[in-house]
Design a protein around this ligand. Structure first.
Ligand SMILES: CC(C)(COP(=O)(O)OP(=O)(O)OC[C@H]1O[C@@H](n2cnc3c(N)ncnc32)[C@H](O)[C@@H]1OP(=O)(O)O)[C@@H](O)C(=O)NCCC(=O)NCCS
Length: 191
């Protein structure tokens, strides 16, 4: 299933129970540089990231990210805990239905396993379906990445494909999922 989606508007601030998701800023680069170069975190991301991660890796990536946001190719949020504006993770969406790659996320390792990414993913999904009116989200992960797999399951996504793919740690099977607007809204008890 493919569809032409229009460019994204300016990334809004989203609030969840425990977090403020706000548009990424260049001043987030030091926090990204602190948490992102962690092999356990990057090993299941798409191959091609510079590794070892250079000292200016975060800043370079964030400049590219901000340019893509300006062009409407991406909405990218810094995840922050309420009461502390420091970035602890990142979540983004892209209107890339053709490539079946419409969302990315990572979280600083000390914060794993507390339900924070599911909470952020639910807010961002609500924005994609209820504000932008997207009919679906294609999302994917390395089959070995059980944490990311669980986030999809918990959101009600359907597993639709399994193919080899190059990840940072080498070639692994990649799971592709579709999260449909009607399924998600029905789960949330919304019309
Ligand atoms: C994937 C990631 C974002 C998950 O964030 P998180 O906040 O820990 O996710 P949540 O707590 O919302 O959910 C994780 C689920 O995985 C489960 N889990 C935790 N450790 C696990 C393990 N070793 N094996 C299997 N499942 C595990 C948790 O129990 C939880 O499920 P539950 O709510 O049913 O108990 C985080 O681990 C991360 O940043 N990983 C590295 C980057 C990455 O892989 N990004 C995604 C690329 S597709």
């Amino acid at each position: 299933m493919t569809i032409e989606l229009p460019p994204l508007p300016e990334t809004p601030v989203l609030e969840t129970e425990r977090m403020i998701l706000r548009p990424m800023r260049l001043t987030d680069a030091p926090a990204v540089q602190r948490w992102f170069p962690d092999w356990e975190l990057v090993k299941h991301l798409h191959a091609g990231l510079p590794w070892p991660y250079p000292a200016d890796g975060a800043e370079t990536n964030m400049r590219e990210c901000l340019e893509r946001m300006d062009r409407g190719e991406m909405a990218c949020w810094a995840m922050t805990l309420k009461g502390d504006d420091t970035l602890i993770g990142r979540i983004d969406i892209k209107p890339n239905a053709e490539e079946r790659d419409m969302r990315g996320f990572w979280l600083a390792r000390p914060r794993w396993g507390q339900g924070l990414m599911t909470e952020a993913a639910e807010a961002v999904t609500g924005y994609a379906f209820e504000v932008l009116g997207w009919p679906f989200l294609y999302v994917n992960n390395a089959a070995d990445n059980q944490r990311s797999h669980r986030v999809k399951e918990k959101q009600g996504a359907e597993l639709i494909d399994l193919k080899p793919h190059a990840f940072m740690c080498g070639e692994l099977m990649r799971e592709t999922w579709i999260l449909r607007r009607e399924t998600w809204l029905a789960r949330r008890g919304r019309p």
